[in-house]
Each structure stands twice: as structure tokens, then as C-alpha cells.
Design a protein around this ligand. Sequence first.
Ligand code: A3P
Length: 337
Amino acid sequence: LASAPPIQLAEMYFRLHPEEVDPVWGNPCDDARHKKIWSKTKNCESLPKFLVIGPQKTGTTALYTFLSMHNSIASNIASPDTFEEVQFFNGNNYYRGLDWYMDFFPADTLPNTSSPLPTALGSPRYMFEKSATYFDGEAVPKRAHALLPHAKIVTILISPAKRAYSWYQHQRAHGDIIANNYSFYQVITASDSAPRALKDLRNRCLNPGKYAQHLEHWLAYYPAQQLHIIDGEQLRLNPIEVMNELQRFLKIQPLLDYSNHLRYDVKKGFYCQAVSEKRNKCLGKSKGRQYPSMDERSGKLLQRYYLNHNTALVKLLKKLGSRPIPQWLKDDLSTGT
Ligand code: A3P
């Protein structure tokens, strides 16, 4: 009996099973046999218990910041490369493997220094990760579910037209050449014969706002009870109630009363962290940007563009039950003819 060398064997195997070329990482802790042979230094706790999936520009940084104030909650450590989101499930980082991902979640019990609460030393913290592009990433729900089937999924929705405009302004502020060379109207009306870079920008601007479609994709993997939808306008206007509801959904203990820790800042025009009696710590300039309001023509066009998607969202929210229809959704639909 002879066997081919490992590389040849692997090549042969993948020729027979091409569908397995793209890896899908499962959770070693869900299989007793895997767990048994796993290194003693690995810990099943080193994975997030919930994901904030976005989409971009809906208030994800505010939510992330408010969550991080809670002493029983910890986010991933900052990426040494980018100091930004981990973005594991959507891009090439996925191929860096499970160890790479788990290193972002050291199972420590260190006090959360940015938290206003006393530390419950010894109790593991409820870990989470926020990557705002997960929401509309094609491969993300499948990959996330394979690794974290019990995780809770948190998403924030605002008017898709408003989101698209905020995203366009964000791209301009980041020096995107196309966004700086074309008006918002030109971007959202770019035809399929437009230059490729412009079409790409149009798609990245508009596609995440097709909320129902993306949510259905998540719901094909996760049961509805594991999905929490936050109305982003409520997060902006009434974050204390939103944070209370979220803590109840996540079953976080102890419950942090955010009314003692968040305060509306008149100058910023948003809620900020109350760090002392007089001082607030707000998000940076890139969150809550100043820019001219959307032109009427673009507003009308987007209302028509998102009409079917918004109608599908109402249907979906009704199907999911006990989820209120956000006011912005009613407004978008009432004039979208
Ligand atoms: P604008 O800068 O266009 O106003 P994200 O963090 O997902 O990129 O979202 C940014 C958006 O969060 C901002 O968009 C802002 O409107 C919104 N936001 C909600 N609550 C906020 C808060 N407390 N502070 C700052 N921005 C907040």
C-alpha cells in the first residue's frame, strides 16, 4: 500500500471536492474530539458572544462606544495593523485563520478602564466585535454562523437614503477621488456604462441600504430570536432607552443605567459620554459631520429607488413580530411615490 506525498494528495482531494477549496472555520469547542486535541493554551471563551454588523454610517461607532462603557462588556483588542475593525468574516483576513481571530479576544478579566462601573474582578466579560461592513458581506452570515452559531447579531438601521448620503460624505472626507469629483446625484445616477470606479462607488453607496435583502440573508443562517434590530434614529435621539433594551436582549448583568453616563451635548448635537459633572466626551469630528443637506432631486430619486426595499423591510419586520416600524421608514414610504 502506497500513498502520494501530502501536497499531491491534497491536490487530488481538492480536485475531487472543489467546493471545499474555500475554507469555512467551525468552532473547535463545539466538537468534543476537537476540543480534546486542542492546545491547552486555547480557550473557548476567546470568541465574541455578539457581533455588531453595521451597516456603515448608521451610528455603529456610537453604539460601540456606549457598549464599551459597560464593565461587563469588552470589545476585541485593537488591530495592530490598522487599529480599526477586525473585519474577519468578510475579506482576506478570514484566510488568516481562527488563531488570528481569537488573538483579538484574550480571555482576560482585566478591569475595563474606560468604564464608569466598579470592576467585577474574576468574572469573564461579554465579548463582542463591531465590523460595520459585515451587514452586506455576501459570505459573512455563513462564515459567522459556522464559527459562532449561538452569537447574537446586532444591526442598526436608519433611512437608507440618509445612510447613502452620509457614506458619500464620509468618502469625500477620506479623500476618495471619485466622490470628490462627482456630485452625490451623479454618483447615485451613474449608469452601467459609467467608468468602473464610479459604478463601484455607486454600488458601495447604495447596496447596503437594501436592508430587507441583507437581513433575509442573515436570517437564512441565524434564528430571528438571535437578531436585534436597533432604530438608528432612536440611538441618536434616545440612546438611554436603546441601551437598556439592548442589555435586556443580550441578558447582560449587571444592567448599567446609562442615564447616569450619557448626556446630550448641545455643541456636538449628539449624546456623549458624561465623564464628570460638567465635561462630556463626544465622538470625534468624523462622527456627526457637518455637511449641506441632501439636494431635493437626490432625495426624491432615492425614495423611489428604495421604495420596494423599504416595503419589503416593513413586511419583514411585521413577519418577525413585536418589532416596531421606525418612523423614518414610515416617512420614507409615505412620500415615496
Ligand atoms: P454623520 O457623520 O453623517 O452625521 P458610523 O459610526 O456607523 O460610521 O455612523 C456615523 C453616524 O453616527 C454619524 O453620521 C451620526 O449621524 C451618527 N450618530 C449617532 N449617534 C451619534 C453620537 N452619539 N455621536 C456622533 N454621531 C452619532
